[in-house]
Structures are given as structure tokens and as C-alpha cells.
Design a protein around this ligand. Structure first.
Ligand SMILES: [Zn+2]
Length: 282
């Protein structure tokens, strides 16, 4: 669909129209086989005047969307990714869906299909760091599309300074920025994956980088990477909040939706849906 065609259709956009725009920007064909993006609840024929964006469809976000009068909540994480046997309202997923349905707010997700595109979650984090010649760590159907990004910093920095830079770029979370490596290690090439990225630790592009930035690094993958790096070389590790690393993408996604749907109000949630509330630093 051309921009002019989408402008014409936005005069009276429906949930189905917005889903078509979402499919154009973040095609479901790019999603992983285990993923479940797309329309999760709502009437495809319902009108859409305003869209609210968030990383997670949790009850606070659903309440915020309904209170704001949003007709469609667009999230990164599909609410019904794993098997669900009830949508009773004494469970949070049922409560979220019920509140959204009663509030007349559809729910749509773009998950791994939003990770792989040129303006996806990792690409946005790479852009915030100013990475030069960013390319996917694992290439998808096109060379410019795929999971994660690797590129060069505009000028070398140290691991410590890069971690501090990330602390400035990312919204604040209780877990902060965790680092494995020497504070003064010189960093030129950066591999990163917004969201959970420990599955990419074995990739050649990650191994060849000075640092790998991702989220949810577990003990064993992190420990093995660190010890292998001591013996055979490899990246330092920076572990950031999963929510924070993906929240950056929402502003870019909102701009893309505004461009495609100029008659529609698009807002981004500031609610912190990172699950951690505080840390005791020893
Ligand atoms: Zn995620």
C-alpha cells in the first residue's frame, strides 16, 4: 500500500485497517515459527481513532490504554504466546483481555516480526549507540533483515564508558546495567540483541565483537562465554533490562504508525513493566 493510499484509508480506520498497516511495516512472515503476533482480541470492524503502544500487555497498561480512550493497544510481547486454558479474570491474562474488551480496545502484537526489520528493536538500540554499518547477527530473508545487530562505534570507547552511555540511553530499571569484563577494555565493535539474546552467544559475529549487549543472560551461557573469552578471546558482556532494551523501539514504531495513519492519535506508554522493583547492591 502506498503512503497516499494509507492516508486516504486513515480517514475512517478500523482495527482491520491498522492490522494491515502493521502487517506492511512488520510482516508476520518475518516472525519466528514459535511466535504468535497479530490481532489477539478485538473486532476487526471497530473504528480506531487512537492507538497506545507498550512493551507488555499487563493490567496497568490495559487500564492506562482504556483510561486514555485508546481503541487499540499495540504491544511487543504477545499476551497468549504460550498455552492458555482459561481467560477467567482471576488470572492476569484473562483480566487484561476482559478489561480491554470491555473498554473497547483491541490488542495487537508485533514481536519477532518487529525484531527483524530494518527499524526493529535491535536496530533502534544500535542507532542510539550510533553504530556504523549495522548488520544483522543472523540474517533473515533479506541481508538487511534479521535478529540482532553488529557494527562499529563512531569512535572507540571503554567498556565502562559504554555501560554508562547505556545507562543514559535506557529508561531506569532496578537491575541497572550489569557488565562482565574489564572496565577499561577498549570497545570498537559492538554486537547487540534487544530482548533475550543469549541464544546468539555462539554466533561468529558476536564472538568477533568487543562486547555483546543483550538481556536475560543466564548464569551458564554468561559464565561459559566469559571463561571462553579468557582462553580464546571473545566479547565482554553487558546485560540490560529486557523491557528497557525494547521500550526504545516504541517511539520509532509510533512514528511509523503516525506516518501511515496520519488521522490516528498514537501514544507511547511510560509505564515501567520491567518486573523488578529494587536491588540491594552488595
Ligand atoms: Zn522481548
Amino acid at each position: 500500500m502506498s503512503i497516499s493510499a494509507s492516508v486516504a484509508s486513515s480517514a475512517g480506520s478500523t482495527v482491520a485497517d491498522v492490522c494491515a498497516i502493521i502487517e506492511r511495516i512488520w510482516p508476520v512472515a518475518g516472525a519466528a515459527s514459535w511466535d504468535a503476533p497479530g490481532l489477539l482480541s478485538g473486532d476487526p470492524g471497530a473504528p480506531v481513532i487512537s492507538i497506545h503502544l507498550a512493551v507488555d500487555a499487563v493490567p496497568d497498561v490495559a487500564d492506562e490504554a482504556v483510561a486514555a480512550g485508546a481503541d487499540l493497544l499495540f504491544v511487543h510481547h504477545p499476551l497468549l504466546l504460550r498455552g492458555v486454558t482459561t481467560v477467567a479474570e482471576d488470572r492476569y491474562k484473562g483480566a487484561v483481555l476482559a478489561r480491554l474488551i470491555r473498554g473497547g480496545c483491541a490488542l495487537v502484537a508485533a514481536h519477532t516480526n518487529a525484531d527483524v526489520v530494518e527499524t526493529g528493536t535491535s536496530a533502534v538500540l544500535a542507532a542510539h549507540l550510533g553504530l556504523i554499518d549495522p548488520r544483522p547477527i543472523t540474517v533473515g530473508e533479506a541481508p538487511s533483515r534479521g535478529i540482532g545487530r553488529v557494527g562499529r562505534l563512531p569512535e572507540p570507547t571503554t567498556l565502562g564508558r559504554l555501560a554508562r552511555q547505556l545507562a543514559e540511553i535506557l529508561p531506569a530499571t532496578a537491575s541497572g546495567i550489569r557488565v562482565a569484563g574489564d572496565y577499561d577494555r577498549v570497545i570498537t565493535t559492538v554486537a547487540l540483541c534487544a530482548g533475550a539474546g543469549d541464544s546468539l552467544l555462539g554466533e561468529a559475529a558476536v564472538h568477533a565483537s568487543d562486547v555483546y549487549i543483550t538481556s536475560d543472560l543466564r548464569h551458564h551461557p554468561a559464565s561459559e562465554s566469559r571463561e571462553n573469552a579468557k582462553v580464546a578471546g571473545g566479547p565482554a558482556l553487558i546485560d540490560v533490562s529486557h523491557w528497557a532494551s525494547e521500550w526504545l523501539w516504541l517511539d520509532v514504531a509510533a512514528d511509523e504508525l503516525r506516518l501511515a495513519l496520519p488521522g490516528v492519535i498514537v501514544t507511547v506508554s511510560d509505564l515501567r513493566t520491567d518486573p523488578w522493583d529494587f536491588t540491594i547492591v552488595q
